[in-house]
Design a protein around this ligand. Sequence first.
Ligand code: ADP
Length: 254
Amino acid sequence: FRERKLIVHIIPFENRRQILVTHDVTETERTEMMRRDFIANASHELRTPLTVIVGFLEIAASEDLDAATRMAHLKLMTEQGHRMQHLIEDMLTLSRLESVDHPLRPEKIDTRTLLEQVLRDARALSSGKHEISLEMEDVAVQGNYDELHSAFGNLASNAVRYTPAGGSIRLSWSDSEKGAKFVVEDTGIGISPEHISRLTERFYRVDKSRSRETQGTGLGLAIVKHVLLRHGGNLSIKSEAGKGSSFTVCLPKI
Ligand code: ADP
């Protein structure tokens, strides 16, 4: 959308003069296009697991399956059901974050509890496959605890999911001139430069199959972006393919 789309109205005026009224519809069209894309992507993402589930149900109804095969089918159907659940939860989270009826009611955040919870969740997800550490300075912010937990948690879980076993992940919370800084650094697969600016778009993934294998919905970074928007914060991403990434969140201090 580098070009702008203008609608021009020429209104006759007195003495053979005319008034030119321009109306910039670039933003309206962009929003409409994003809405259409979102619905198409979401439908596609939901259709895939549903097709698997219906396929297995049809087999179960038409064939006599031995117990082991039936168990294997049930396991696969359960996985696909969970995938749909995650996706719907993330879609609901995003729509709540965007809703004007859901204004932010900022409260002072207990950052120690929050970060220790993020660390625990990341360690549980990693199940001992990575070295995960947390460094903390005393710096206070305000906001919504659950939203910040979801944003920080998404960044930490991405670091685990995109770092092969044996790698390390560093979480840090520090005071900086620009604000309170939360950094997640990993020694994972990294991201090539051409993808970086698009990562917070809904359903944008560098590698779809890797994202799915690790229970990704493609909405995690879009959620992070929206939470930070509501908190007056921002996200910056540095990464090198094959070496690792660092995601830095900056939030206003109180
Ligand atoms: P997903 O559910 O696919 O992980 P996200 O919105 O959280 O969705 O991330 C979007 C994409 O950004 C991912 O699919 C992945 O390609 C890339 N990505 C996110 N975090 C990392 C990371 N720490 N290392 C490498 N790639 C990452």
